[in-house]
Design a protein around this ligand. Structure first.
Ligand code: HAM
Length: 432
């Protein structure tokens, strides 16, 4: 039997996994500069949490959740997104009392979707959430942060689309208006159902006929209550003051029900329609209260890491590519291997990647291994060197070799290594 990864999932291995890990690390540094701290929540939660927060009429809840009964007969769901768990954790652990308000997380999410490029059943998000702040400039700050994270990984040309989805005051009235205006319109079957269960999603339909049928209906931004309208205006002028270009998209409703007021997406340049968002987010001022916490405004976003990675590849971002180039120890005897291990330890603890060849093969073979590992430096511990308490250090790029006393080896190796710690990936094993 041939084993394959389940449909819609991916294995990440070097050099891609290395690039992604480095990009996440660079983005985490940016997040820390904006005051965020890490959060870890379980990969599965009790199903009602997602039904309640994401909304029982959404596609995510109706069609896409990985839900199962555990051995204790509880209904469990693999998280389809991170906000629900973050809010649950915030309320359950009374994080407001600990003055913890800015959190970020990285991890896998699960949605049973039809897989295609940029859309998977297990994918990864880097998400960030802010609790307890309701100033329009916080919304601006969040968008600014999103863009700063994209800039730090070298992406260019992303565009911001913005909308306001109103609040509990103005949205229900608008939804009712929409239902009345479209009740006899020949919408697609999905939209007909949506018009009853989740009318705003009708505006989001990609079907050309539906789009023209809804072209004339007033949009929610035109029907916002005065508080939401004022808030939306303040967000827009804040973006302008920060010099952040954006486009208003009155059809942007997002696929999750918890949003209030600001909703936004960051779009991939030149890509229309589905899978064109590298990430998205918005405000969700009611959710903490809905989950039993004190009324607490909140806002956040999530970046899809597979889409980020695809985009980095498309834009030829090489800043994070290249596998680490190890220092490679070659030894001809067990005594040599032991000496290699004693020098390797402190080097590794100082952050130098080291490989010790314990294959026991001859030097010719071990040098071949060193080349395949794309080693920057080879350290040779042969019988002659050992007798004289020396090591031979070879610069694998220039092929120059020097002999140094054992007690100076670590220092010399380190300085050579620093002259070219990473480089292009070597040929994949077995494919030369
Ligand atoms: P979302 O728009 O559902 O928002 O997902 C955010 C991003 O995750 C998308 O823009 C996309 O890049 C990526 N994504 C979603 N589904 C898939 C998939 N099947 N395959 C690959 N990538 C995917 C949220 O999840 C909200 N929790 C964001 C948020 C945080 N809002 C407030 N706080």
């Amino acid at each position: 039997m041939e084993y394959r990864a389940p449909k819609g999932t991916n294995d990440f291995f070097p050099p891609r996994s290395t690039t992604l890990r480095r990009a996440i690390s660079a983005m985490s540094t940016v997040l820390e500069a904006y005051g965020f701290e890490p959060l870890e929540t379980p990969i599965f939660e009790e199903t009602p949490l997602f039904v309640r927060t994401i909304g029982d009429a959404t596609d995510v809840v109706q069609k896409e959740m990985y839900t199962f009964k555990d051995k204790g007969d509880r209904s469990i769901t693999l998280r389809p997104e991170g906000t629900a768990g973050a809010v649950r954790a915030y309320v359950e652990n009374h994080l407001d009392q600990l003055a913890i308000s800015r959190l970020f997380y990285v991890g896998p999410m699960f949605r049973y979707e039809r897989p295609q490029a940029g859309r998977y059943r297990q994918f990864h998000q880097l998400g960030a959430e802010i609790f307890g702040e309701s100033h329009p400039l916080v919304d601006v700050e969040v968008i600014d942060l999103f863009l700063a994270m994209c800039t730090t990984v070298g992406l260019t040309g992303l565009s911001v689309t913005l909308n306001s989805v109103g609040c509990a005051e103005c949205r229900p009235a608008y939804a009712q208006k929409l239902q009345e205006m479209l009740k006899d319109a020949p919408l697609c079957e999905t939209c007909k159902a949506r018009l009853q269960s989740n009318p705003m999603r009708v505006l989001d339909c990609k079907n050309g006929d539906c789009r023209s049928l809804t072209r004339e209906v007033p949009t929610l931004v035109e029907c916002l209550c005065s508080a939401c309208a004022e808030y939306h205006k303040a967000v827009q002028s804040g973006l302008e003051a920060m010099g952040i270009p954006y486009t208003n998209d009155p059809r942007l409703v997002r696929g999750l029900d918890y949003y209030t007021r600001t909703a936004f997406e960051i779009l991939i340049p030149g890509k229309e329609g589905a899978q064109n968002a590298v990430g998205g987010g918005g405000r969700y001022d009611r959710l903490v209260e809905q989950l039993g916490g004190r009324p607490t405004p909140a806002i956040g976003f999530a970046i899809g890491l597979e889409r980020l990675q695809l985009l980095m590849e498309q834009q030829n971002v090489t800043r994070f590519t290249g596998r680490p180039r190890p220092v490679y120890f070659l030894a001809s005897s067990e005594a040599g291997q032991r000496v290699a291990m004693t020098i390797a330890g402190p080097l590794r603890r100082a952050g130098v990647p080291v490989t010790v060849d314990l294959s026991g093969g001859n030097f010719k073979k071990q040098f071949k291994n060193a080349s395949r590992a794309n080693a920057r430096v080879a350290v040779i511990l042969g019988d002659d060197e050992l007798t004289r308490s020396e090591v031979a250090i070879k610069d694998m790029d220039t092929q120059q070799q020097q002999v140094v006393p054992l007690d100076q080896a670590a220092e010399r190796i380190r300085s050579l290594h620093e002259q070219g710690a990473s480089g292009p990936a070597p040929a994949a094993p077995g494919r030369e």
